[in-house]
Design a protein around this ligand. Structure first.
Ligand SMILES: Cc1ncc(COP(=O)(O)O)c(C=O)c1O
Length: 397
């Protein structure tokens, strides 16, 4: 059977593939330490689960409007007002099947062949495929470790062409944990407005911030930037709800309508029960979020200390999300029992095979000098995994 060109060009998500391999090794009895995960290891808070159970009992088991229930849209509008100082109307909100789906829909309605999408690297792996699936061309611009992996105004200006249509911003970032501050966002925003480039701002890690940092949405910087931005967010990371699959987009009303119309012909509404649970997540107590963040902060500090204790590794301190992104290039050219390491992919392979630690090689994020370590796992696993990594790296000759 012939595959369409669109399908033949898609690469599977490498992060999901590594996670699946680690889980498979675990199931066969191998004690794998999984630093490949992109989801909180905490359970969904009880009051959110209860809301879902109540929704089932109350018969909220039918189709809802394709773009989400009014109740959830109202809770999202209130969240934007409370947390971001952004005033949206419910007709500017579309609820989808996870933030990944919100992003997919947004690229579909904004991009077409001939368009360029500016994508700072390291980037989250799905952006590239989603941009291509919309027929547009990703223009990847490398950020630098010495700038904390944040794009500078000059780096942005250097890649703008008459075809630049969209700029993808992800703060806090997966995989680097970089967080842009207000001044940095304002400087990028001014250039983007000047060139009439739409911003897609993926703020899924908004709540996972450390050292007293505050999340700033680029849309909140000025009314002009709000009009020029689609904000993407969701409940997966903040509320430990990755399996529930609820994300959302906030956009000017005509764009929101286009996203909802597109969705009405694909998934229709996201699950009614998960929508009810998300109302409880956004409107209920935010204490469980604070508890998770406090725990993540401890783990980040410990893991970073361990990484920094290995002299050949460099790693900026991440301000958000739950990943470290150390540079492992000092090991290139060394080998372990005859197995040569020439890339982060080689090293990740060795770590999984020999040390049984799953990490994601930087190639998944646009550069193979780094590995991504997720600390969304217990302190015990972090200790054990870092012991194993340290031992293996010490054996590379
Ligand atoms: C940067 C980024 N955006 C979006 C998503 C998608 O999240 P969701 O579970 O809501 O689809 C992820 C998940 O890993 C992510 O890391």
């Amino acid at each position: 059977m012939r595959l369409a060109e669109r399908a033949a060009g898609i690469s599977p998500s490498p992060t999901l593939a590594i996670d699946a391999k680690a889980k498979q090794m675990k199931a066969s009895g191998i004690k794998v330490i999984n630093y490949g995960v992109g989801e909180p290891d905490f359970d969904t808070p009880d009051h959110i689960k209860e809301a879902a159970i109540e929704a089932i009992k109350a018969g909220e088991t039918r189709y809802t409007p394709a773009g989400g229930t009014l109740k959830l849209k109202e809770a999202i509008v209130e969240k934007f007002r409370r947390d971001n100082g952004l005033a949206y109307q419910t007709n500017q909100i579309v609820v989808s099947v996870g933030a990944k789906h919100s992003l997919y829909n947004t690229f579909q309605v904004l991009c077409q062949p001939g368009d360029e999408v500016i994508l700072p690297a390291p980037y989250w792996v799905s952006y590239v495929e989603q941009i291509k699936l919309a027929g547009a061309e990703p223009v990847i611009v490398q950020t630098r470790e010495e700038n904390g992996f944040k794009l500078t105004p000059d780096e942005l200006k250097a890649v703008i062409t008459p075809r630049s249509r969209v700029f993808l911003l992800n703060s806090p970032s997966n995989p680097t944990g970089a967080v842009y501050d207000r001044e940095e966002l304002a400087a990028l925003g001014e250039i983007l407005l000047h060139h009439n480039i739409t911003i897609i701002s993926d703020e899924i890690y908004e709540k996972l911030l450390y050292d007293g940092r505050e999340h700033i949405s680029i849309a909140a910087i000025s009314p002009e930037l709000k009009e020029n931005t689609v904000v993407i967010n969701g409940v997966s990371k903040a509320y430990a709800m990755t399996g529930w699959r609820i994300g959302y987009a906030a956009a000017p009303a005509p764009v929101a309508k286009a996203i909802a119309d597109l969705q009405s012909h694909s998934t229709s509404n996201p699950t009614s029960i998960a929508q009810a649970a998300s109302v409880a997540a956004l409107s209920g107590s935010q204490e469980p979020v604070a508890d998770m963040v406090a725990e993540f902060a401890k783990r980040r500090d410990y893991m970073l200390e361990r990484v920094k204790a290995i002299p050949a590794l460099t790693c900026p301190k991440p301000g958000g999300a739950f990943y470290l992104y150390p540079n492992v290039s000092a090991y290139f050219g060394k080998s372990y029992q005859g197995q040569l390491v020439n890339s982060a992919t080689d090293l990740a392979g060795l770590l999984l095979e020999v040390a049984q630690v799953a990490v994601v090689p930087g190639i998944a994020f646009g550069g193979d000098d780094y590995i991504r370590l997720s600390y969304a796992t217990s302190m015990e696993n972090i200790k054990e995994g870092m012991d194993r990594i340290e031992k293996l790296l010490g054996q590379l000759k």
